[in-house]
Design a protein around this ligand. Structure first.
Ligand code: ADP
Length: 264
């Protein structure tokens, strides 16, 4: 830990320099503690699937199963945990690239309705399997925006998948409205909801309401952190409203034109 504290004795340049140094040392300490907390989280998250993999691989190796069916169940667990591990690594890599500011956007004119429909199409089957209805409520004549359509679809897919994962029965509504300076897109579900005390942390990496909630559906705890970064990349904002037991609504607000759009 860095323990630099320079006494500020004057209001001149030396004083501001001293202030700046104090500020920097505080920032560096924060950065370091965040980083070690993140590393601790990552190792914990990696350890869990790996322990399943090792455990069941040993069971199979020693023939500790009584029939074919059991063998298939254990192999399926190994497959699922490997998938989770792969997804976790993929998402961690993506987050770190985003935080370093090294992802490329592909900016063009984006038809909001097309993007929403394409995302909804992809999760339709999953919703159907759970008997969840999925409907659209789109403003007539939604304008095109200058943005990255694929990234927008990735955001919506994440929100839709969560909505399906955390809803047992009921419906999901995707709404898109135009405002004077922005487009509002929301994904609203009638699911299990998020407790008030968790709301401020819901976009943090690895924050989960209950660990067991997401383990069963293969969640990594990184989806919303990625969504948050992506929305920032698109110069937008994301907000969430939720009530435990009633449902949640995630809303993103996107500008008509992303700031850094040379050529448009
Ligand atoms: P996960 O991979 O665990 O789903 P996310 O970052 O996507 O990770 O979400 C973080 C946590 O927020 C989830 O574990 C879940 O507890 C909660 N959550 C996210 N979306 C919803 C939703 N639509 N309804 C209820 N809880 C949600």
């Amino acid at each position: 830990k860095l323990n630099i504290k320079v006494e500020v004795k004057s209001n001149d340049e030396i004083g501001s320099l001293a202030n700046a140094i104090n500020h920097l040392s505080l920032e560096l300490n924060n950065y370091r503690s965040n980083r070690s907390e993140l590393l601790a989280n990552i190792s914990h998250e990696l350890r869990t699937p790996i322990s399943y993999l090792m455990g069941y691989a040993q069971v199979i190796k020693h023939g500790q199963y009584s029939n074919e069916r059991e063998l298939r169940i254990y192999s399926a667990i190994i497959e699922k945990e490997s998938e989770r591990l792969a997804k976790l690594i993929e998402e961690l890599f993506e987050l770190s690239k985003m935080e370093e500011g090294i992802i490329n956007l592909y900016i063009q004119s984006v038809d909001i309705e097309d993007v929403i429909e394409s995302a909804v199409q992809k999760v339709k089957l999953k919703a159907m399997k759970k008997n969840i209805s999925l409907s659209l409520l789109l403003d007539s004549e939604l304008p095109s925006i200058i943005s990255d359509g694929l990234r927008l679809e990735q955001i919506l897919l994440n929100l839709l998948e969560n909505a399906i994962n955390y809803t047992e029965k009921g419906s999901i509504i995707v709404e898109a409205k135009k405002e004077k300076t922005a487009i509002l897109i929301s994904v609203k579900d009638t699911g299990i909801g998020i407790p008030n005390e968790d709301l401020p942390f819901i976009f943090d990496r690895f924050h989960r309401v209950e660990k067991s909630r997401s383990r069963t559906n293969g969640g990594t705890g990184l989806g919303l952190a990625i969504v948050f970064e992506l929305v920032k990349y698109l110069d937008g904002q994301i907000t969430v409203e939720s009530e435990l037991g009633k449902g949640s609504k995630f809303e993103i607000k996107l500008p008509y034109k992303i700031k850094n759009c040379k050529g448009y």
